[in-house]
Design a binder for this molecule. Structure first.
Ligand code: GLU
Length: 546
């Protein structure tokens, strides 16, 4: 068969010489050991925790080695493309402070652009044309129906499904048959002519998993679709070569495609980058562990963390804990150090599924937020509220002195042992709501309705906004004593039967009347922050409740 002629017929016209691409995208002038890594998301609009997991590893590896991290957009599949998806990717990763050096809409060095695969069609086609001309690729005219019939046949015969060996019908078409179909205008795709044999097992060094065995590929995979756009497999090989990637860290779901990639690199005559397949994020679901699922687990989406107002450093700390087995120990020793100070190593990455547990993340978040000053907490909450807060919540930020006082109370004094009440910006904003609005409360008090009203009435008679904390508490005790509650805990414990309850029950009534909550920081200070008028109004409203 005249492959040259076939190549010209299938991809007519002049294409640049292949060597010209080597010159156009030369090896990068980087120091020895510098790694070039990438994040290569498809613009589907859904950017998930797995992407962040891999992004963080790639970022650390690149920047720690003095290398480059770039962003490539794998938009070969038009059906899955969503408008605004690239913005969404960038927003999501910006939130976590993943810094790209180059790539789609990044600016910086554009030597290796274009960064969108759809804009690289000419490069891919030039190489496909060359493969055809060398007899390593061929046109396939099978329709969707042909392929599903084939799949059914293979399934019923308990054979591996796919287009390979004896099943690769179009591989053996004669020259006449091919030209007859082309003349008849039949649509076609281009497939790789695989030379592999699944009987052959290859040893492969995976940068994360170590020595693994890979079965040689024998699938004649599609490399160019009928619309002239390549498949992921093919585009990836071309791009990682010409963008001069040195290390591909990607999710282990791609391990199954590795044999195809190995053969593609061989067929193209390119040296392969190293690969590391990162373990999947798992979730404990009852007795079983399963992969995080888009449908069942909102925490899989990175949007979730922004909407909830997770503190980016906390999420990164948790991700690093899962990524590197020695990170936790380092973090315990260096709780306040910048995360970049940790020496990340590919060899310490987990080989099998990492268990993701939102409760653990929440614990880390509480710890990290407790390190912020009230001013830092305020600006963190404000950024969140600006984007996701309700109109009422946005109002909280009008009087910054007031909110600062609230946060100082809720967090405790910096340098001392802090309260750990805040998990996220959203939860913190909701927690402080009672300083801005009267929060209604149901009837789950320890003290009955009539007594509650009596407590409130008597306390109000004594209440003086100018009392100090001690004088204030003395009045709480007096009110308690008057109504048959023990005013000293010690006395109550010695003889509980002698009392209706104790001073803590009385304080609870005052607390709930003031805040709508049974658990809050120091009530005296809360009332001081709320001010005399508002405190009296709240106590009175509760006392007069019908
Ligand atoms: N476009 C692929 C994805 O979104 C990238 C896989 C890779 O990193 O090679 O999963």
């Amino acid at each position: 068969m005249d492959y040259q002629k076939l190549a010209e017929r299938l991809l007519p016209g002049e294409y640049p010489q292949l060597e010209s691409f080597e010159a156009k995208y030369p090896p990068r002038a980087l120091a020895k050991g510098a790694e070039v890594t990438r994040l290569a998301p498809s613009p589907t609009g859904f950017i998930h925790l797995g992407n962040l997991f891999v992004a963080l590893a790639n970022e650390r590896i690149a920047h720690q080695s003095g290398g480059v991290l770039y962003l490539r957009i794998e938009d070969t599949d038009l059906k899955r493309k969503v408008d605004g998806a690239v913005e969404a990717v960038k927003n999501a990763l910006r939130y976590f402070d993943i810094k790209f050096d180059e790539g789609a809409e990044i600016g910086g060095n554009d030597t290796y652009a274009p960064w969108y695969q759809r804009e690289r069609a000419e490069i891919y086609r030039a190489f496909v044309k060359d493969l055809i001309a060398r007899g390593r690729a061929y046109p396939c005219f099978c329709t969707e129906d042909d392929l599903s019939a084939l799949r059914e046949r293979q399934t019923s015969q308990k054979k591996i499904t796919g287009y390979y060996g004896e099943y690769a019908k179009c591989r053996n078409l004669s020259e006449e048959e091919i030209y007859a179909k082309l003349d008849a205008g039949e649509p076609f795709v281009i497939r790789l002519k695989s030379l592999g044999d699944p009987e052959n097992k290859l040893k492969f060094h995976d940068s994360i998993k170590g020595e693994i065995t890979v079965t040689e590929n024998d699938q004649d995979v599609v490399i160019l679709k009928s619309d002239g756009i390549p498949t992921y497999h093919f585009a990836h090989a071309i791009d990682d070569h010409f963008m001069r990637t040195t290390l591909v860290i990607r999710g282990e779901e791609w391990l199954a495609s590795l044999p195809i990639h190995i053969e593609l690199f061989e067929a193209l005559g390119f040296a392969r980058p190293r690969y590391g397949h990162n373990c999947s994020l798992m979730k404990q679901d009852g007795e079983t562990r399963r992969k995080l699922s888009k449908r069942k687990d909102p925490e899989l989406s990175l949007e979730f963390y922004r909407q909830e107002g997770y503190y980016a450093r906390a999420v990164k700390i948790y991700m690093l804990t899962l990524l590197n087995s020695n990170f936790e120990e380092w973090y315990l020793k260096n709780p306040d150090a910048p995360l970049e100070d940790f020496q990340f190593s590919v060899s310490k990455m987990g080989k099998s599924g990492a268990l993701f547990d939102l409760d653990k993340l929440n614990d880390i978040s509480k710890n990290e937020l407790a390190k912020l000053s009230a001013e830092e907490m305020l600006s963190f909450m404000e950024t969140w509220a600006g984007e996701f807060g309700s109109e009422a919540q946005k109002e909280y930020f009008r009087d910054r002195n007031y909110l600062t006082a609230v946060l100082e109370l809720c967090m405790g004094t910096a340098g001392k042992k802090r309260r750990k009440d805040f998990t996220t910006a959203k939860q913190a904003t909701e927690t402080v709501a009672y300083f801005f609005t009267r929060v209604p409360r149901g009837d789950d008090y320890r003290v009955d309705f009539i007594t509650r009203k009596e407590i409130l009435r008597r306390f109000l008679e004594r209440y003086d906004f100018h009392d100090d904390a001690q004088a204030w508490f003395a009045k709480v005790k007096e009110t308690a004593g008057e109504l048959g509650f023990a005013s000293e805990m010690k006395e109550y414990k010695q003889n509980p039967e002698a009392y209706r309850g104790n001073v803590a029950d009385v304080a609870e009534v005052l607390r709930i009347a003031t805040t709508g909550k049974a658990n809050t920081p120091d009530l005296y200070t809360i009332q001081q922050i709320l001010g005399e008028e508002e405190t009296r109004a709240r106590l009175r409203a509760a006392a007069e409740k019908e």
